[in-house]
Design a protein around this ligand. Sequence first.
Ligand SMILES: Nc1ncnc2c1ncn2[C@@H]1O[C@H](COP(=O)(O)OP(=O)(O)OP(=O)(O)O)[C@@H](O)[C@H]1O
Ligand SMILES: [Mg+2]
Length: 157
Amino acid sequence: MKLSIDSAQKMQELGAAIAQTAQAHDLLLLNGDLGAGKTTLTQGIGRALGIKRPVKSPTFTIVREYPEAKLPLFHMDFYRLENDDLSSIDLTNYLSEPGIVVIEWPDVIQKELPEQFLQLTIKRVDDSWSSTKRVVEFEAKGERYKQWVKNILQLLT
Ligand SMILES: Nc1ncnc2c1ncn2[C@@H]1O[C@H](COP(=O)(O)OP(=O)(O)OP(=O)(O)O)[C@@H](O)[C@H]1O
Ligand SMILES: [Mg+2]
């Protein structure tokens, strides 16, 4: 499934639809190059979950926690994570919390991932750096996540 998104605003609206249909223990993986819009999407999720403080990129902190959200948000960014540091992140523990886990740059943690998740890949479609056009590809593993995609798309139409 692919979705065309033509502005940062629309990306945040996708985030809001994701948040509105999310359930406790959901796992969302965000792929895409630098500046693709992973954090922008997560900001849309955060706002829709009622988070008032800014949702900032966790590139240096690895994990940012927002326990005050309607559904607690655990926002992770593994861009700077080395393989050896992986042991410092207890993903299973985060997933056992009744919140949602959003991971930017999940490649490094591939082996530690559960079998089921929703993975989005955000791609630029124009060569120009200033272009705001993106395509978001959805890949759902498992029944819950296939249903989540249906619910998200329903909200957007
Ligand atoms: N359609 C769009 N969707 C998302 N962001 C967009 C879009 N068009 C323009 N932008 C802009 O592109 C930038 C995306 O930055 P963002 O931090 O979200 O990317 P990222 O994928 O998280 O990058 P990084 O890998 O560095 O964490 C923002 O400045 C945002 O306003
Ligand atoms: Mg980011």
